[in-house]
Design a protein around this ligand. Structure first.
Ligand SMILES: [Ca+2]
Length: 358
């Protein structure tokens, strides 16, 4: 059934993929949901927990027994020394999908951990790999009717961020992008098609077929201002040397590489905060249907700002943008609707600050 989504796949690769998926499925099945059970490490004073959510990777699968070499446990050591974390509440569950995360209790447990009378020190999450392996998202990551991943991820990240907002202090909150488990093998391209989408890269502007699992993670994290840990490049460079041999999970060195990616996580730049152009601002004004005298006056100031820019006179442009902002402010709630005025002013300031007056 899954192979039907890849009708042009060369047969040897398709067979390799099926073998790989079958192995992964049996590995997940043999582990069962409790084989690597959620674990709690309580320090002498459990007042500063590190709360981890995730699937089997977060639970430490592949790192070898005991799971203490899993990336969550490595991060706990790091957060204990750098942030003063005094306990680890690892709620990761082997086999978790974004749907089971939300409806199966894992998210609720983690939210209760954060809401408890404690000062949460850090939160990490890895989710989505099983939406690929066992879910309905393959080939359709940008289709909300067929793939619940984006909505589920937004729900989970949003709820966790809100809970952290009510928790004392500032704390790192990081979501993991996925490595390619087939890196360096014949199945690498098949995985990449779903990790990166049809265009083979992650980008905040991707949509439709160009959206893969990691695009969704980047885009939703960018929207909410959450840092992304991206171990993909390290696994690409390492071939299979970071993999455990079960086709899916990292080995101890792989978990170490993931922990290092968390250490280097950054908040992606949101697409929608790129400054608009003056031409776009003029179009916005003209679309409002304002009284013609006011529209002429506002558009005139923007055209003069554009003209100043064209003549390499940024100070003149700054002045005209400032006059535009003043006029919009004067008309706010009068001839210009308050929300529309706020939007015009915000865009004019973005242009002034980023392109002209910096
Ligand atoms: Ca993409």
């Amino acid at each position: 059934m899954r192979a039907a989504k890849h009708p042009n796949l060369p047969i040897p690769i398709a067979l390799a993929l099926l073998a790989c998926l079958a192995f992964a499925a049996s590995a997940v099945a043999s582990e069962g949901p409790d084989a690597v059970s959620p674990s709690v490490i309580a320090g002498p004073e459990a007042s500063g927990p590190y709360v981890a959510l995730g699937d089997s990777i977060g639970a430490g699968a592949g790192a070898g027994p005991p799971p203490g070499a899993g990336y969550v446990y490595l991060l706990y050591d790091e957060y204990a020394s750098s942030l003063g974390a005094t306990s680890l509440l690892n709620r990761s569950q082997s086999g978790a999908t974004s749907t089971s995360l939300i409806s199966g209790g894992q998210l609720d447990t983690a939210l209760a951990d954060i809401d408890a009378a404690s000062d949460t020190k850090a939160v990490t999450i890895d989710i989505g790999g099983n939406d690929y392996l066992n879910g309905t998202c393959r080939g359709d990551w940008d289709d909300p009717s067929g793939c619940p991943f984006r909505a589920n991820l937004a729900t989970a990240l949003g709820a966790l961020k809100q809970a952290l907002g009510n928790d004392p202090g500032d704390e790192p909150f990081t979501v993991m992008a996925y490595y390619n488990p087939g890196a360096g093998t014949a199945s690498a391209g098949v995985y990449d098609a779903d990790l990166l989408g049809a265009n083979g890269r992650i980008d905040c502007t991707d949509s439709g077929a160009d959206v893969g699992l990691n695009d969704v993670i980047l885009q939703e994290a960018a929207t909410l201002g959450i840092a992304v840990a991206d171990p993909y490049p390290a696994f690409e460079a390492a071939g299979q040397s970071l993999m455990s041999g079960d086709g899916i999970h990292p080995n101890a060195a792989g978990h170490q590489a993931i922990a290092e990616a968390f250490g280097e996580a950054v908040v992606p730049e949101p697409c929608d905060q790129l400054p608009p152009t003056i031409s776009e601002l003029i179009e916005m004004v003209e679309a409002l249907g304002l009284p013609s005298g006011i529209e002429r006056s506002l558009v005139g100031k923007l055209e003069q700002a554009q003209s100043n820019l064209t003549r390499a006179n940024p100070n003149g442009a700054c002045g005209k943008l400032g006059a535009f902002i003043n006029e919009v402010e004067a008309q706010t709630g009068k001839k210009i609707d308050s929300a529309e005025a706020e939007s015009l002013i915000a865009d004019a300031r973005l242009i002034r600050d980023s392109e002209v007056c910096s």
